[in-house]
Design a protein around this ligand. Structure first.
Ligand code: OSB
Ligand code: MG
Length: 363
């Protein structure tokens, strides 16, 4: 019995962040995102478009994803009947790029499929973990602020803290903070701030005992990764560099990465993500799931993927109350002793809060 895609809805929302997210790349004060509903009879599958308003992080934006969904992808899938969500992905695979647009739709189809099967999505994926380790990101300007933010995160139960860095920061600041919390996993995310001219500075960060360094060089600087990843003692994780399965294959073949940061919303959704997790597992590479200041729809999808064995390190899994005064989903995502409990409800385990949607819907 196939599942017929009766209708696809797009909601654009704009929601203020509790606290501005300020990094070298961009100051984010409010999050503009797309929420997708794919309907089949009484069933609704949810997806989230995670591109930003402007192309500061990825080339795609809210406007381009909305355009491609409305005028390219939705016309392909509306009225289509599928037995498995991979068939839907195959139906639009020929569309060039635009993976954030594809991801929003692919997510919704997997949620819909799981709901029709009356199974939680993690079970459809064959995931084994029933709780996943949480992780939070800290942006900061002064040592005092960094110490405060890390202390608060640890008090809230986070045991993995990602600190934003760039090449002009004094590594001894991080070193002093890390020393205060020996049991915490510290990741540092450079968002491509280093280049061949700042290798000496990167070597200083390499010496302070970080659990890993995320994206030291730009996405374009492939040869720097090939050259330096094997030479640095701290594991190097690739974030911006990974937009597809092919990018992961390059990283494996050239030893350009010790670890992959999988952002399902960027690579094309769960279908591509499952293939990536399979590849890294086979190659023995670490992988964790990253976020992009996301709402509970996307996070719940990511949690389902994180139950898989191939996801080996704690990802960007902060509770709903980290970025938002109130998330757009019910129930909100919460921490339980540094972990998130995987829902047993059919599908992703959260639904769109209609009242919140009404409050923040732009169109
Ligand atoms: O580089 O990982 C990144 C947020 C927006 C865009 C890029 C990044 C981030 C984060 C936040 O670091 C991760 C999260 O959502 O928890
Ligand atoms: Mg990153």
């Amino acid at each position: 019995m196939g599942i017929r895609i009766d209708e696809v809805k797009i909601h654009r929302v704009v929601v203020p962040l509790k606290k501005p997210f300020h990094t070298k790349l961009q100051h984010v004060q409010e999050r503009e995102s797309l929420l997708i509903e794919v309907k089949s009879g009484d069933f609704i599958g949810y997806g989230e478009g995670v591109a930003f308003t402007t192309p500061w992080y990825t080339e795609e934006t809210v406007k381009t994803t909305k355009f491609v969904l409305r005028h390219v992808l939705i016309p392909i899938v509306e009225g289509m009947t599928f037995d498995h969500p991979q068939e839907v992905y195959e139906a639009f695979r020929h569309v060039r790029g635009n993976r954030m647009a594809k991801a929003a739709l692919d997510m919704a189809c997997w949620d819909l499929y799981a709901k029709v099967q009356k199974k939680p999505l993690y079970e459809i994926y064959g995931g084994q973990k029933r709780a996943i380790d949480a992780g939070v990101v800290v942006t900061w300007k002064t040592e005092e602020e960094l110490m405060e933010e890390v202390t608060r995160a640890v008090e809230e139960g986070y045991r993995r803290v990602k600190i934003k860095i760039h090449r002009h920061i004094d590594p001894s600041i991080l070193q002093r903070v890390i020393a205060q919390f020996p049991a915490v996993y510290f990741f540092a995310d450079a968002n491509g701030s280093f280049s061949s001219q700042s290798i000496e500075k990167l070597r200083e960060f390499d010496a302070i005992g970080l659990r890993l360094i995320e994206q030291p060089f730009s996405r374009e600087a492939r040869t720097l990764y090939e050259q330096w990843t094997p030479k640095l003692q701290t594991p190097i994780a690739l974030d911006e560099s990974i937009a597809s399965l092919e990018d992961v294959q390059w990283a494996i073949e050239t030893n350009a990465a010790d670890c992959i940061v999988l952002k399902p919303g960027r690579v094309g959704g769960p279908t591509e993500s499952l293939a990536i997790i399979e590849q890294t597992k086979e190659a023995g590479l670490d992988l964790w799931i990253g976020g992009m200041i996301e709402f509970g729809i996307s996070k719940a999808h990511n949690i389902a993927l994180a139950t898989l064995e191939g996801v080996t390190l704690p990802g960007d899994f902060s509770a709903s109350n980290h970025f938002w005064a109130q998330d757009l989903v019910t129930p909100p995502l919460t921490l339980c002793d540094g972990q998130m409990i995987v829902s047993d409800v059919p599908g992703i385990g959260v639904t769109l809060d209609e009242q919140m949607l009404k409050k923040y819907k732009a169109d």
